[in-house]
Ligand binder design. Structure first.
Ligand code: ZN
Length: 299
């Protein structure tokens, strides 16, 4: 059972908003991030196909102040931390030097952060929290094209096709240590530790492109009798694009907006129209009259 879903990350939404709003320099970062997410989604599919008989919980994208764990598999016998890697080329671990390199076909060698050091750091943290279960880890390569070269002896580093075998071996090897209630309460305890961080970009907020943007031609739409309409291609917004504009504002500028700031951002002249639209968006607010400010939902 999945108790923590891997959602479209806030970071991905943030980068998409930035690109839409006049910061195309974030395109490469978005592509890299999406490649990473693709690998994680491939591995998630393996869990789905496993059809294990044992009760278990999956926590994807588990985050605390200092840790970000791709997946935690939790069952009555053990806890397994999974670090997912999407790297093309040949990868090699050098345990002595704590070095992790990738060699491309043309011979270029690049160094990366050693995933074994990463998972061991997560392991140390979780061992302090989980005293009743063995805390195990594995580094899983999501792309079949990766060539796994030298790895330190006995370390669980493998392709995602090996995940099921690895998990079933552990299930055979370890005895049951937790009751189903114990398992449930441990899952709850971990969920309480989970925190969501709002990532930020170092951008000049004054340069954020304003307006409700047309989905077809990216022009700034005009407000006309209760709706936003594109004067260039005639596209009429049914409310979705206004919501997207507010989400972009929330991600790039501020979670709070006043009537005046709203008017300036979406290009509405009348304060009553702005009030009507803000009410329709259903935002929570605080303060009265000209001090009222609305809280935008970033999701
Ligand atoms: Zn248009």
């Amino acid at each position: 059972m999945i108790v923590l879903q891997r959602e479209q990350t806030v970071k991905e939404q943030l980068l998409q908003a930035a690109i839409r709003r006049g910061f195309p320099e974030y395109k490469d970062e978005l592509i890299r991030l999406q490649q990473g997410l693709l690998g994680e989604r491939y591995v998630d599919q393996n869990w789905h196909d496993m059809q294990l008989d044992e009760p278990y919980y999956l926590l994807h994208d588990f985050q605390t102040n200092a840790h970000q764990i791709d997946t935690i598999f939790l069952c009555q016998k053990f806890l397994l931390i999974i670090e997912i890697k999407n790297i093309v080329g040949r990868i090699d671990f050098d345990e002595e030097r704590h070095q992790f390199t990738r060699t491309l076909e043309d011979g270029t060698i690049q160094g990366f952060r050693n995933p074994l050091d990463q998972v061991r750091r997560h392991q140390r943290m979780l061992r302090r929290v989980v005293s009743d279960l063995p805390v195990l880890y594995a580094v899983v390569f999501a792309l079949p094209k990766t060539i796994i070269g030298h790895i330190p002896q006995g370390e669980p580093v493998f392709h995602r096709s090996g995940l099921e075998f690895h998990v079933r071996e552990h299930l055979k090897q370890y005895a049951t240590r937790l009751s189903s209630q114990g398992l449930q309460s441990l899952a709850r305890q971990l969920l309480q530790m989970h925190t969501i961080h709002k990532p930020q970009l170092n951008i000049d907020k004054a340069r954020v492109r304003q307006g409700v943007l047309c989905v077809q031609c990216q022009s700034k739409m005009q407000y006309h009798y209760g709706h936003f309409k594109c004067l260039k291609c005639n596209y009429k917004d049914d409310g979705i694009l206004l919501k997207q504009a507010m989400r972009d504002y929330c991600l790039l500028v501020d979670e709070w907006i006043t009537n005046e700031e709203f008017r300036r951002f979406v290009g509405v002249e009348s304060s009553d129209s702005a009030k009507y639209l803000l009410k329709k968006l259903g935002f929570q607010y605080e303060g009265e009259r000209r001090w009222r400010r609305y809280r935008i939902s970033c999701r």
